[in-house]
Design a protein around this ligand. Structure first.
Ligand SMILES: [Zn+2]
Length: 241
């Protein structure tokens, strides 16, 4: 998303677009390596712009300019110098936005995004999915387009089983059933669960559907508990525990 800091048209005097992009890619790589050095087990890259890039949104003029392939290419430039061993623990998060219990691109069909998204040579994908209307459609896309070998690393699909935008707490059984359904289309060795998005991505988020950020916090922990329990149930059923 930071690539959008450079003017869409023309060039800045004394700082070419290519120099900017090269600096940006280097700094992103530094950022990722710094996070690992500080003790992170995994580093996930937010790719919320991916789905938004497939939209033509008058509030975001760049969205009409078919920039998805460019974003994918930039992220691969970041990932390229990183070894497959390290990339196992570098992932991509996709969602249609999640702040203030609202979305920016939920109306975009995942079919427009996923075939390109899995071209990024990352080791895992954290995908908003529990709030999708047609989940099977998305499970199938993940099965079709995720790769067992992305330049030496297998791509694990962490499917969203918890909706942070809805205060209703999912049961462990619902989580289990979603994973069982997904396992019909995604190889179980490359399947995992996640929350659709962060529970309160910005500090100014008032969580309107929840009543308040404090209530949302309590609910978040109940939801995470359900995810962990339901995932363990599915693992056992699938024989991957
Ligand atoms: Zn998100």
């Amino acid at each position: 998303m930071l690539a959008l800091l450079y003017p869409l048209d023309g060039e800045v005097k004394g700082y070419t677009r290519e120099q900017f992009l090269s600096d940006l890619v280097d700094e992103c790589e530094k950022d990722i390596r710094g996070a690992f050095k500080a003790g992170a087990k995994r580093v996930s890259i937010d790719f919320t712009e991916g789905r938004l890039a497939c939209r033509n949104d008058p509030n975001n003029p760049w969205t009409g300019r078919k920039m998805l392939a460019h974003f994918i290419d930039l992220n691969n430039r970041v990932l390229d110098p990183i070894t497959p061993e390290e990339r196992r623990n570098i992932g991509i998060h996709t969602c249609p936005g999640g702040d203030c219990d609202a979305t920016h691109s939920a109306d975009v069909d995942y079919a427009e995004l996923l075939p390109s998204m899995f071209k990024m040579n990352a080791g895992y994908f954290l995908m908003q999915l529990s709030s999708e209307k047609d989940k099977e459609h998305v499970y199938k896309l993940c099965g079709q387009h995720s790769r067992a070998d992305a330049k030496g690393v297998e791509q694990v699909c962490f499917i969203g089983v918890i909706n942070p935008q809805n205060p209703r707490v999912e049961s462990p059984e619902e989580v289990r059933d979603a994973l069982m359904e997904a396992s019909k289309h995604i190889p179980k060795e490359r399947l995992g669960s996640t929350d659709d998005c962060g529970f309160s991505p910005f500090s100014i988020d008032v969580k309107p559907k929840h009543g308040s950020p404090d209530i949302a916090r309590d609910i978040a922990f109940q939801k995470i508990t359900s995810r962990v329990k339901g995932t363990a149930m599915a693992s056992q059923k699938l024989g991957v525990a």
